[in-house]
Structures are given as C-alpha cells and as structure tokens.
Write a protein of this length. Sequence first.
Length: 308
Amino acid sequence: MIFLTALPLFWIMIAASRGGHWGAWMPSSISAFEGTCVSIPCRFDFPDELRPAVVHGVWYFNSPYPKNYPPVVFKSRTQVVHESFQGRSRLLGDLGLRNCTLLLSNLSPELGGKYYFRGDLGGYNQYTFSEHSILDIINTPNIVVPLEVVAGTEVEVSCMVPDNCPELRPELSWLGHDGLGEPAVLGRLREDEGTWVQVSLLHFVPTREANGHRLGCQASFPNTTLQFEGYASLDVKYPPVIVEMNSSVEAIEGSHVSLLCGADSNPPPLLTWMRDGTVLQEAVTESLFLELDEVTPREDGVYASQLP
Ligand SMILES: *[C@@H]1O[C@H](CO)[C@@H](O)[C@H](O)[C@H]1NC(C)=O
Ligand SMILES: *[C@@H]1O[C@H](CO)[C@@H](O)[C@H](O)[C@H]1NC(C)=O
Ligand SMILES: *[C@@H]1O[C@H](CO)[C@@H](O)[C@H](O)[C@H]1NC(C)=O
C-alpha cells in the first residue's frame, strides 16, 4: 500500500501566506541519485511594504548564518560560488516572482546536507529563512515489502525512487521477479511536500518456496550509464507440515529406540512428542528426536508428534 495524498498541502500553505511576511516554503527533505540532478522547489515571501527595486537571493550550504561563512551554493549578486558548487548550481526560479527553485547537477555524496535560502532586498532587508531542505544523495532504489508476508496471501511490493531531476528521469525494472507476476508501473507521483517519486508495483501470491527469494529493483537513466540496484529478501511465513516421521516401529525388548519427527515452517515450528495425552518432549525446532532407553512392553502404544 502506498500512501501519497493527492492534496498538495505545500501549495495551500503558500496561498494562505500571501500578503507578506518573511517566510519560505520548500520540502523539508528531498532525495536524488548520485550523478543525476535535483530541483529543489522553493518559494519565499516578504512584507509587501518593502517594495524592493530588485530581489536578490543566496543559497547557503549547511548553515543559515552568513557570519559562519557557509559555502555559497548560489548568489544572484555576484555569481561567485563555493568551489564544490561550481558549474553545478543554477537558479530555476525567478526571484522577482518570489520563486527560489534551485537546480543542482552532477550530484556527488558530499553535496548531501542542508540548503538554506536567504532573501536579499538590499540594505538591512536581508533574511535567512529557517525553513530548509535536507538533500539526501542515494544510490539504491527503495524496495518496500509489507511487514508480514504470508504464503497464499497476495502481497504488494513496491519500488520507489526519487524523480526530482527534470533532465534525467528514472526508469524502473524488476530483477528476479520471474514467476512472481507482472509489474505495474504507477508512474510519477507527487508527495505531500511537492517532491516526486517514480513507483512500480509488483503484486503476487507468495508460495512457501519463495521464502528467502531475492527480489531486486533497478533504476536506470536512459542515454546515460547511470544504473542503480536495490534488493530485498522475502521472508514468507508458512504453516508447518511434517516432512519426516517414523510410521510404525517394531522394537526388541530392552533395546534403544529413537523416533524422529521433522517439520518445515517459517518461523520454525514447536514440535511435541506425546503419548496418551502426556507430553514427553517439546522444542522449537525443525527436527526432534524422542529417545526411549531399554524399551519394555509397557512403552507399547501410539506416539504422536504434534504441531501447534
Ligand atoms: C518556480 O519556478 C520553477 C522553475 O521555473 C517552476 O517549475 C515552478 O512552477 C515555479 N513555481 C511556482 C509556484 O510558480
Ligand atoms: C536518448 O537519445 C535518443 C537519441 O539521441 C533520443 O531520441 C531520445 O529521446 C533520448 N531519450 C531520452 C529519455 O532522453
Ligand atoms: C526413525 O527415523 C529416523 C530417521 O529416518 C531414524 O534415524 C530412526 O532410526 C528411526 N527409528 C526407528 C526405531 O526405526
């Protein structure tokens, strides 16, 4: 089951904020694959009475305070940015329209962190918004398997990847799903905070044999060599069946007899040896021996092994 609300809360908050205070709206977290790009949607606002001639802005990395000299990601006044952002950052939004949407390309792990926007309307009218986006740079698709997978009951396994790079769109495919059913690509879905995900679903009825099966999902980016794989192991719960047991045993008086019961289940079964309703031995195990020393005719009877 996938929970994505259709209601774009993000934009409702913007609509409600019109009329001017200092404020910014951006997703609190956003993710993207290494080597691709990310567009961080951003809007900001300021008191209407300021009426700036030009609106400038700065994006900072990891700290909101200019006095800490945080790495400059983007600066509209000078175009001078920190070396790790050179040629990698571009403002997509129009600051005059209070749109601070930022594009970061050629993502590498060290660009993961917090991004802060600062509005600069000239003079003292500068303000770094406390709202910020945490960028997570990933390299594996996220496979979501339900907490409980039971043999014979249909499950929905989903593969979800971020789709926030306008230039590179992921394509999803499943690995090791032969015989498990046909995937259904749900497509691009919008999440609460204005970020996007690409989702593919796999519906199937697991069998006991599918326990331990490795299921993979691959995200590839057409016309590039970028390719990412993620795997999940299926933990299929199934009830016990007895796979091995002595049916009838003849024993010589005074001899040693061992009886075996073997069963298969996930999780492992509780096995019990009983005679005439009396529990002789029990354990959580896949095979349980009952050892009878020096049998006499008194031990004659029906020995039963029981599953929970
Ligand atoms: C902000 O700018 C981006 C990039 O041009 C655009 O895609 C987005 O729709 C704009 N947002 C709003 C609320 O106008
Ligand atoms: C990949 O490249 C081909 C040929 O240049 C082009 O026709 C196609 O649209 C490209 N696909 C994508 C997803 O960019
Ligand atoms: C019961 O079966 C087990 C496993 O096959 C075997 O080891 C054991 O000797 C058998 N017991 C008797 C009394 O035949």
